[in-house]
Design a protein around this ligand. Structure first.
Ligand code: THU
Length: 139
């Protein structure tokens, strides 16, 4: 993506939120994952009546991307809030999603944008949200 990619990635995460299937928590999350090839893969949380098969927006985006052959990523934007409301605060990724990012992303180079609106976001690198993370290089 060219200049302004952060805003476009946050916008894509906010749009992906609208597809959230979250009848149990009522908390809708959207994610937009930018691959190094320049493609954006979106995801939303998808819940299950049996609860444990539920999956977070971030891992849906990774599953879509990896299943399309992508292995290298630049950034992810995440937005979450009660369904039907606009986000009023950041939605940090859960621990499982941080670990999933660690599989494919460089802790010092992968950017995580926590979006409130498309222009209001906080930017972190993976290492800040998962210090001393265990990844493929530790094996
Ligand atoms: N959720 C995500 O999709 N991503 C996160 O990083 C945090 C939590 C979802 C899981 C569940 O469907 C709902 O938000 C409430 O926890």
């Amino acid at each position: 993506m060219e200049k302004g990619w952060e805003i476009r990635l946050c916008q894509a995460a906010l749009e992906a939120r609208e597809k959230s299937y979250c009848p149990y928590s009522g908390f809708a999350v959207g994610a937009a994952l930018l691959s190094k090839s320049g493609t954006v893969y979106t995801g939303c949380n998808i819940e299950s009546a049996a609860y444990s098969p539920s999956i977070c927006a971030e891992r849906v985006a990774f599953a879509k991307a990896v299943s399309q052959g992508e292995r290298e990523f630049t950034a992810i934007a995440i937005a979450g809030a009660k369904q039907g409301e606009m986000p009023a605060q950041q939605c940090p990724p859960c621990g499982v999603c941080r670990q999933a990012m660690m599989e494919f992303c460089s802790p010092k180079e992968f950017h995580i944008l926590l979006a409130v609106t498309e222009t209001q976001y906080c930017e972190y690198i993976l290492e800040e949200l998962l210090p001393q993370g265990f990844g493929p290089k530790n094996l």
